[in-house]
Design a protein around this ligand. Structure first.
Ligand code: BES
Ligand code: ZN
Length: 635
């Protein structure tokens, strides 16, 4: 551990002093530091970790599918500064029945006022002197509407027979089911014992301990443990009628039996991806890499829950062309999970660095052509963002403005511009120096929080080393803190899309289509073509596009989405039932929100369709997707 003690506030130095080796709990758990610089500050937590912080969470919880609640106890290990008499946790809608110390003696607690988007502070009195509590037992239940959890009725699953539940902690939703300090800079180890009704299986973002234990009344108990300190948004759970298929010595996939074979076939490159990433950035430090393919209401493409990536089933195209998603979630095992932003404002440190690594993995596993096409798509997204509108200019900075909700950042700024920043560094510095530096960044900050400032300081200390010409050519501060697209951006190779861009120009000029060429193109090339279609298309032109390219029949959800978007923005009536079917089946926000947005931009025709479709589909969406569509429709 490399700690800069001189830069630490006195209170934190005390906490560090309090966790020297002999004070560690018997299991020798690692206590990760807390950063105290201004840049590291997280305004979305009520916690004051420099006074008192959680170091370990032990959950003992039961899943109640009828009540749609998770309840039981959370036992928290607490480290407090000598003069601190209370600890503040994050809650959002938790029903807390009691808080005691390790001996069961009640502790005074108070739930504060709700702050919109943030939840409530749960303040617990620790006592003083000899009797001061260093372990708390919180007995509680989550609310049925807890944002982190989606409870699915059997008919929302592929099998249709059993209920299902999954959690999504990022960004600040785990406080709706776990009473802890819910901030990415306050890392915690954790373990859990979860009971669920048979025959459901439970998975978590920790290593499973032993076999399920059969209990009375048809319940079973599962135990998990995470010995690496992780940001608390990474604690995740899913339960349903799921089976497991092995992919390799350290990887496998869970899915409903109806989906498992297709999932397994799509994921055959997983071991190669792990090898590629480990070859570039150092050992995979988490033991296993398993995935679960969730029902289609999962609101994201993927979520990098440690040792158990959560995936949308919509990435299954049958030809492994959308598995960049897996490379992405796997890459978070270094950028995001090993080294984690301390505040949500540094989104790019997780997502931009990850998108860069995703591309490096793609290059090794699928080759330079696919990787360079994926860079081309991403670069175009940055250009479109920058061209979009000056009102959103502040959001084009990689480090988000203070006050920005972690749900309201511009993904192009964080993912695409962030990745482009690293591609630019790589191209100026050269891989032979840049790759070892990035690997060193992960090694030196493993299992610790980080900030933009630290990333730049590390680059300057270990790579630039006073070379003023190099410093100037990199434009580091402009990239991270500035808006727009810096002049030194590494431009994608125009050759990546030469053929498809020529075809798109021909189409724009005389609406000529080459079905044979389309048949040869990769998914990235097809996406490029569909994204560069003229905005306005007539009904007969859309019909010809569909007929010639088979768009309404494609099993590739990225292409289906782009087709529906083009069709709806042109009020193409035959696409309405197709959109209705898609929106009724899929809850991934990236697809759902833009399709409703396209409809809402089409006058009364579109609005009436949007309202009619949403009346049927709203109940099936996760709270994240639902919240976004509610806003679009003014519901
Ligand atoms: N960590 C993100 C998902 C996320 C980000 C959830 C912010 C909540 C707040 C995940 O790794 C991700 O980026 N998913 C993308 C994958 C894509 C970029 C390949 C997604 O869901 O679309
Ligand atoms: Zn990500």
């Amino acid at each position: 551990m490399r700690l800069h003690l001189s830069s630490l506030a006195p209170a934190f130095a005390l906490i560090l002093a309090a966790c020297s080796a002999e004070d560690l709990p018997p299991e020798e758990r690692i206590v990760a530091p807390i950063l105290t610089t201004e840049e590291a500050f997280d305004e979305f937590t009520f916690a004051r970790p420099q006074e008192a912080r959680v170091t370990h969470v032990a959950l003992d919880l039961a899943l109640d599918f009828d009540a749609k609640t998770i309840g039981g106890t959370a036992t928290l290990d607490v480290l407090s500064a000598p003069d601190a008499s209370e600890i503040v946790l994050d809650s959002n809608g938790l029903q807390v029945a009691s808080v005691t110390d390790a001996d069961g003696a009640p502790l005074t607690f108070a739930m504060g006022e709700t702050v919109e988007g943030k939840g409530e502070p749960l303040t617990i009195q620790l006592g003083a002197g000899e009797a001061k509590a260093d372990k708390l037992i919180v007995t509680y239940t989550s609310a049925p509407e807890a944002e982190a959890l989606q409870w699915l009725a059997p008919e929302q699953t592929a099998g249709g027979q059993h209920p299902y539940v999954f959690s999504q902690g990022q960004s600040i939703n785990n406080r709706t089911w776990i009473p802890t300090q819910d901030s990415p800079g306050i890392r915690q180890t954790w373990d859990a014992r979860i009971t669920a009704p048979a025959p459901l299986d439970v998975v978590m973002s920790g290593i499973i301990r032993g076999e399920a234990e059969e209990l009375a009344n048809g319940q079973r108990a599962f135990e998990f443990t995470m010995e690496n300190p992780v940001a608390p948004y990474l604690i995740a759970i899913a339960a349903g009628n799921i089976d497991f298929a092995e992919l390799g010595p350290r990887s496998g996939v869970w899915a409903e039996p109806e989906t498992l074979e297709a999932a397994k076939a799509e994921l055959v490159d997983t071991e190669a991806m792990i090898d590629a990433a480990a070859g570039l950035y150092g050992d995979y430090r988490w033991g296993r890499y398993d995935m679960i393919v969730l029902p289609p209401s999962f609101p994201y493409g993927g979520m990098e829950n440690p040792v158990m990536t959560f995936l949308t089933p919509t990435f299954i195209a049958g030809d492994r062309s959308l598995t960049g998603l897996v490379a992405h979630e796997l890459a978070h095992s270094w950028s995001g999970n090993l080294v984690t932003y301390s505040s949500w404002r540094d989104g790019w440190l997780n997502e931009g660095v990850t998108s860069y690594i995703e591309n490096r993995i793609s290059e090794v596993v699928f080759g330079e052509t696919r990787a360079s096409q994926e860079r081309g798509l991403s670069f175009a997204a940055v250009e479109e963002m920058v061209a979009a509108n000056s009102a959103t200019l502040p959001l084009t900075a990689m480090r988000s403005p203070a006050g920005t909700s972690p749900f309201d950042t511009a993904s192009e700024a964080i993912y695409d511009k962030g990745a482009l920043f690293l591609h630019t560094l790589e191209s100026i510095i050269g891989r032979e120096k840049f790759d070892p530096w990035l690997r060193g960044w992960f090694d030196n900050h493993a299992f610790q929080p980080a900030t933009s400032e630290m990333f730049l300081a590390d680059l300057r200390d270990n790579l630039i080393k006073g070379d003023t010409a190099l410093e100037e050519s990199l434009m580091l501060d402009e990239w991270v803190y500035g808006t727009g697209l810096p002049a030194n951006a590494a431009r994608p190779d125009p050759a990546a899309f030469a053929a498809v861009d020529a075809a798109a120009s021909a189409y724009a000029a005389d609406k000529s289509l080459d079905a044979a060429a389309w048949g040869e193109w990769s998914t990235a090339e097809r996406m490029r073509f569909l994204r560069t279609l003229p905005e306005a298309l007539s009904g007969s032109e859309l019909a010809a596009l569909d007929r010639t390219l088979g768009l309404s029949k494609t099993g590739n959800n990225e292409l289906r989405f782009l087709w529906l978007e083009a069709a709806l923005r042109n009020r193409y009536e035959p696409a309405v039932p197709q959109a209705e079917e898609f929106l009724g089946r899929v809850g991934r926000n990236k697809f759902v929100a833009p399709l409703f947005k396209a409809l809402m931009g089409e006058g009364e025709w579109g609005r009436a369709n949007a309202r009619r479709i949403y009346a049927d589909t709203r109940g099936s969406y996760h709270s994240f997707t639902r919240g976004n569509v509610d806003e679009l429709l003014g519901t």
